[in-house]
Design a protein around this ligand. Structure first.
Ligand SMILES: *[C@@H]1O[C@H](CO)[C@@H](O)[C@H](O)[C@H]1NC(C)=O
Ligand SMILES: *[C@@H]1O[C@H](CO)[C@@H](O)[C@H](O)[C@H]1NC(C)=O
Ligand SMILES: *[C@@H]1O[C@H](CO)[C@@H](O)[C@H](O)[C@H]1NC(C)=O
Ligand SMILES: *[C@@H]1O[C@H](CO)[C@@H](O)[C@H](O)[C@H]1NC(C)=O
Length: 482
């Protein structure tokens, strides 16, 4: 069915040269939706490609026979083992690629070796480990007879290159990693594999208060950058072309480029909101539709949106926005209107058959006092283990009063613990209510969690809600007794 409808769609749209849009599917969630539900969402929204960060068995099994092209990933912490031993690389490919292609009919096309391993925050830990892993995985793929079907690549952050002149034409790889980059780029070129780059105008806006806002978007309202007569109206084009020039300068002007991640978060920062996210993602989709590339690379652009769904257990070290990149919420509901150009209605299709917990919340008791000495430690305990990234300046729940703040923290902890009664026993401070505490104005939402999903017992025992459920509830009980 998939193939036929794609064929027909191509006939009508006349954009068969466009390889369709891809999306990143991350799974760092306390309550992930079942993989089958997500795969259905992918299909109903017309995503033709998906990028994963690991090679989870259940995820790949669900993708079998869907026809969706898959990029599987090797996490950074496995680079040392697959790079250090050919046997480990062979095993990885046998278990996580070959087996899924032959037994489950999964359309695996790429292996992402590492994830942004050259980020400066890693202090060079993966610099020497990435290439050996790339080389071993490529050899293993060739040995397994998959050399032409499955390509290796390394998703890199855009700061592996820079321009010496502020213009794209001055692009080159960063001096401190130049040799590492050339080794990798040369290997990709010889292997017929693409370069994968993640581009984030949001991060530029987040980290530089003087960044011109309009230049992050695609509306053409920014003052253009004039690179020897070529005008750049947005950061994406300029950034991608900086890479294209860097490749050309080093003799790889024809190496294909994939945009591994691109997107905009909706919460956790004043620039992370629905309006900007919609504007950016819609602008991007329109920008690349019809196979239109950049001035330097005018052909179609292969890209994966970041991301499909919010992940409430992502590290917030980079910022509170990290848990809010999804175009869908944790429960698979569309956050804002977005036309991907892949569905008849032009609207996002939400997840089907989502099972929620009961309609109840944990809030601060009306009788509890704000100056109760237990408040501070209770809130920091709840926020430390659950998710308070929607509180704070410029966020969706940034306008709550102090009591609202406290209730939000309690509820987040309660929901994450599957509404266990003991998870709403903050000493003398909390109570369970059936009245929705969500404010009537604004975007702030007191969530109800979805039912935990367990993969067939034994496969991966209790992936959802499990760690908190047992350990931290015990701690909470101890707190309560004290
Ligand atoms: C296959 O991938 C999974 C998930 O990333 C990983 O845990 C496992 O170790 C891999 N298998 C082998 C044999 O390397
Ligand atoms: C990198 O170095 C900084 C400063 O020395 C340190 O705080 C940080 O933990 C290091 N990060 C990693 C991933 O090793
Ligand atoms: C609510 O919590 C946030 C984040 O902890 C804090 O920045 C804000 O000042 C609090 N607001 C009130 C009214 O207490
Ligand atoms: C809870 O409140 C009661 C009555 O005000 C008080 O006696 C008790 O010590 C309080 N318990 C805690 C843990 O604060």
């Amino acid at each position: 069915m998939g193939k036929v409808s794609v064929g027909v769609a191509c006939l009508f749209w006349m954009i068969c040269s466009v390889r369709g849009i891809g999306v990143n599917w991350g799974t760092q969630s306390s309550h992930p939706l079942p993989p089958e539900t997500i795969v259905r969402m992918l299909r109903e929204n017309g995503f033709q490609r998906v990028k994963l960060f690991d090679a989870d068995y259940g995820t790949l099994k669900a993708l079998g026979k869907s026809g969706i092209e898959v990029m599987v990933g090797i996490p950074n912490d496995m680079l040392a083992s697959v790079g250090g031993s050919m046997k480990a690389a062979d095993k990885w490919v046998a278990k996580n690629v070959s087996q899924h292609i032959t037994s489950n009919n999964v359309n695996i096309r790429y292996v992402a070796v590492g994830n942004e391993p050259f980020l400066e925050t890693y202090n060079g830990s993966y610099l020497g480990l990435t290439f050996p892993a790339l080389r071993n995985i490529q050899s293993a793929l060739v040995k397994a007879g998959l050399g032409s079907q499955v390509k290796v690549t390394v998703p890199l952050n855009a700061d592996v290159y820079a321009s010496s002149s502020q213009y794209p034409s001055g692009g080159d790889f960063r001096t401190d990693i130049h040799d590492y980059m050339l080794t990798i780029v040369n290997f990709l070129s010889v292997s017929g594999a693409p370069f994968t780059v993640n581009i984030y105008p949001f991060i530029s806006l987040y980290s530089d208060p003087n960044f011109p806002v309009e230049y992050a978007f695609f509306d053409g309202n920014a003052t253009p950058l004039n690179d020897g007569g070529t005008l750049y109206y947005n950061m994406f084009d300029a950034n991608l072309d900086t890479l294209a020039y860097a490749l050309e300068k080093n003799g790889f002007g024809n190496l294909p480029i994939i945009v591994g991640e691109i997107g905009w978060p909706t919460d956790g920062d004043r620039n992370a909101n629905m309006e900007y996210a919609r504007r950016f993602n819609q602008g991007f989709m329109s920008r690349i539709s019809g196979g239109r590339g950049t001035p330097k690379r005018p052909g179609p652009i292969d890209a994966y949106l970041f991301s499909l769904i919010d992940e409430d257990e992502k590290s917030i070290a980079p910022g509170n926005f990290e848990r809010h990149w999804g175009i869908f919420t944790y429960d698979g509901q569309a956050k804002y209107p977005l036309n991907l150009g892949t569905t008849n209605s032009g609207a996002l299709v939400p997840a089907k058959d989502v099972h929620y917990l009961e309609r109840k919340w944990c809030v601060m008791k009306p009788s509890a006092k704000l100056d109760d000495p237990q408040v501070a430690q209770s809130v920091s305990y709840a926020c430390g283990l659950a998710d308070c990234t929607c509180l704070g300046y410029g966020t969706s729940c940034g306008n709550l009063d102090a009591r609202g703040n406290i209730s939000y923290a309690f509820n987040s902890y309660f929901q994450k613990n599957n509404q266990l009664e003991v998870a709403c026993k903050f000493p003398n401070l909390s109570m369970i209510t059936k009245t929705d505490p969500t404010p009537s104005v604004g975007n702030c939402k007191f969530q109800i969690m979805i039912q935990p999903y367990y993969e067939s017992v034994g496969q991966r025992f209790g992936c959802a809600g499990k760690p908190l459920g047992l350990v931290s509830v015990l701690i909470l009980m101890i707190l309560t007794i004290l």
